[in-house]
Write a protein that binds this ligand. Structure first.
Ligand SMILES: [Zn+2]
Length: 416
């Protein structure tokens, strides 16, 4: 039996801090949580005195593409679970093997994304017609996928068949939309919409945007980001409210939007977090090569920055209308450091107008809701003992989530 004593526990569900809390842990799970006078510490328990600290549930990154090196890095930043939305069959096996050997975040894998032709990534699986959706989803299940990820070239008729095939197998569907707008996707029953994709397509004239998505990933992304600042606030508010009413999760990955909008800003190439990234991974990033492939200019980056207030507005409206957001990052794609980028995401959620508590929920309880992982994201009896000890109060300032003092995963201290 392990006893954690003296810290202030943040209950992310009620938002209430519980000072001088006791958490009892046995066999990887929490067995009791409460105030010191209500939960006695059993004799012989291994006591960790955490006076002057704060405790929150382990963080969940709801949108990653990790390489093996990223698992340990994410954990040091307090990330104890990730939803990895496409890694390809070989990398999926490797990630599982690495996670079996050393402490790593819990893995919820999509294995291979489903896309139209030509697929954006060579290891994605093409689904060309509704008839072939069921077989593709069946193969994902055989490969141990916990999620179905659909990509930008999936059309509404194929998406409908994929969602139905996934539903039969109890699999949720994550959508990075291109040729389908977000309201249509929500109506068809996708579980989460990634990157706020499909929102401009639902709020304005989608003809030009669909044509850009059909050309390829970068033309699609560029036109999508450029469109935000041209849309009416009223139209965006309607879409945000309609999405909230349909109970779809948004995984906005603001840190991805923000990072791609600042590629002409030299300061983002010098953040201290980048020291955690191996040289080989930095070379693979080849940011200059990506900018060249995308054909992005200073005018594009300025337009991407101009999109950010509209994206924040959609998020605020969505949450105010009862919608749930999960924090995700797209790490370890270019400049997005596993774990570190999730703290930036929480900070950006607060900058978008959400409360610190809401940002914490997005990275804990709401992300667990998205994963349908009842044992994660909340510190209560029966839950997995995944938690983070912080050196400062995250409700006072969300940037304090970065002050990770200790990380517990499945009842074991694993870092940092
Ligand atoms: Zn992604």
């Amino acid at each position: 039996m392990e006893a954690l004593t003296g810290a202030t526990l943040i209950d992310v569900v009620t938002g209430r801090p519980l000072s001088d809390a006791v958490i009892l842990v046995r066999d990887g799970h929490i067995v009791a949580v409460g105030a010191a006078d209500a939960v006695p510490v059993p004799r012989g328990a291994d006591v960790s005195d955490l006076r002057g600290r704060w405790i929150v549930p382990g963080f969940i990154d709801a949108h990653t593409h990790l390489q093996p090196w990223g698992l340990g890095v994410a954990l040091r930043y307090g990330v104890t679970a990730v939803r990895d939305l496409h890694e390809g069959t070989t990398l999926a096996d490797t990630l599982r093997a690495v996670a079996a050997r050393a402490p790593a975040p819990r893995l919820f894998l999509a294995v291979a994304m489903l896309d139209g032709l030509p697929t954006t990534y060579p290891d994605a699986w093409p689904v060309l017609s509704p008839d072939s959706a069921d077989a593709a989803v069946g193969r994902l299940v055989e490969r141990g996928a916990a999620w179905v990820k659909v990509y930008t070239r999936i059309t509404p008729d194929v998406l409908e068949a994929i969602v139905n095939a996934a539903r039969v197998r109890q699999l949720p569907v994550a959508a990075h939309l291109g040729l389908t707008d977000a309201i249509t996707a929500a109506d068809l029953g996708v579980t989460s919409v990634e990157h706020l994709s499909g929102v401009p397509e639902a709020a304005g004239d989608s003809t030009m945007l669909f044509a850009a998505h059909a050309q390829g990933f970068f033309p699609g992304w560029t036109a999508f980001e450029r469109s935000w600042s041209t849309l009416d606030t009223a139209a965006l508010a309607v879409v945000a409210r309609e999405l909230a009413a349909r109970r779809v999760f948004l995984v906005p990955t603001l840190v991805l939007h923000e990072t791609l909008s600042r590629l002409d800003d030299s300061s983002i190439y010098h953040s201290a977090d980048l020291r955690r990234v191996p040289d080989s991974a930095r070379r693979d990033w080849n940011v200059a090569g990506m900018i060249k492939r995308a054909g992005w200019t200073r005018a594009d980056f300025a337009a991407f920055r101009a999109a950010r207030p509209s994206q924040d507005f959609v998020l605020r409206t969505f949450v105010a209308s009862g919608g749930r957001v999960a924090a995700g990052t797209d790490a370890s794609n270019q400049l997005l450091v596993p774990g570190a980028s999730l703290h930036t995401e929480m900070e950006l959620l607060v900058r978008a107008g959400l409360s610190s508590l809401t940002a914490l929920r997005a990275a804990t309880s709401w992300a667990a809701d998205l994963l349908r992982a009842d044992s994660l994201g909340r510190l209560r009896p029966g839950a997995a003992a995944d938690l983070v000890v912080l050196g400062a109060d995250p409700l006072a300032d969300i940037r304090n989530t970065r002050q990770v003092v200790r990380v517990m995963l499945g009842g074991k201290w694993v870092g940092p």
